[in-house]
Write a protein that binds this ligand. Sequence first.
Ligand code: TLP
Length: 337
Amino acid sequence: MREIDLRSDTVTRPTAAMREAIARAEVGDDVYGEDPSVNRLQELAAERLGKPAALFVPSGSMANQLALRAHTEHGDAVIAGTNAHLYLYEGGAAGALSGVQFTFVGEEGLFDADDVRGAIHPRDSHFARTRLVCVENTHNRSGGRVFPLEQLRAVAEAAREEGLSLHLDGARIFNAEVATGVPAAVWAEPFDSVAFCLSKGLGAPVGSLIVGTRSFIERVHRFRKMFGGGMRQAGILAAAGSYALEHHVKRLAEDHANARRLAEGLERIPGVALLRQPETNMVLFQVPDVAAFVERTRGSGLLINPIDPVTLRAVLHLDVEASDVQVALEIIGKAVA
Ligand code: TLP
């Protein structure tokens, strides 16, 4: 039985061509800055995101947490959308490693300029100093939603006027690029720093990048060492990442098409409630008994994770074909019958 794994786009395995790129990778000691494959990936990433410098790090969580650490001091406040990954799903790191607290704004990851202005603490010693605004695009917890570009620019302008820094959790920024036709560098333009992942829709096994100005990346480099993220012959991972950036961006459109196919099919199954039309590669839906559903579908070779007691998230990726979507729909139909 071919297993269909829709738990996340993190579950992909490297393709044969990517494994070849890994096997051919030239390597060196990246803690000394001597790994040519890492250096090449960093240059490629900086160029793609339109920023002067980039740093390769082991995970998206580390990229976000390094950004928080580098932009803030202990005791500062950070403005973020509700259910931001860097708050909700990163093991409490922001409190533990950077000593920051959050002010949440908006709904489902989206917020506007007035939300930002209204969330800034008074400059008074009673209050934590508000220093940073974080945006997540696409937004994971709301099912891969894209932050509207003009709204994003207005948010950035408000933040700038108030002297705040801006960080983008762009773990899936290339999904936003492909869904909208707006280049990643344009999405990144208003931000001081951007984190993006190679190990999600792009299909590489490991790694994320953080991009920004040279002086910011130098600061992040120091914290990467401190957080234990300095890697040695990481070129074997970076080679997979460069391959992914060069070959796996355009194909994200297939994942988006499969997400729409899945959503259309789900709408026809009695007992299934689609939460909203997918904008990128995720589909959120509800069924009457989530626990029984997860067990039944798993028994039929289909893996889907709940994100809360009543909602499931199906994620489309490189290892899921259109024909798998049809099979998944049949399994789901039987599981809710
Ligand atoms: N998200 C994972 C889980 O942690 C929920 C997933 O399966 O979607 N930012 C965003 C927006 C993310 O979705 C993720 C991973 C990260 C950061 C963290 O990346 P990693 O897993 O590499 O630390």
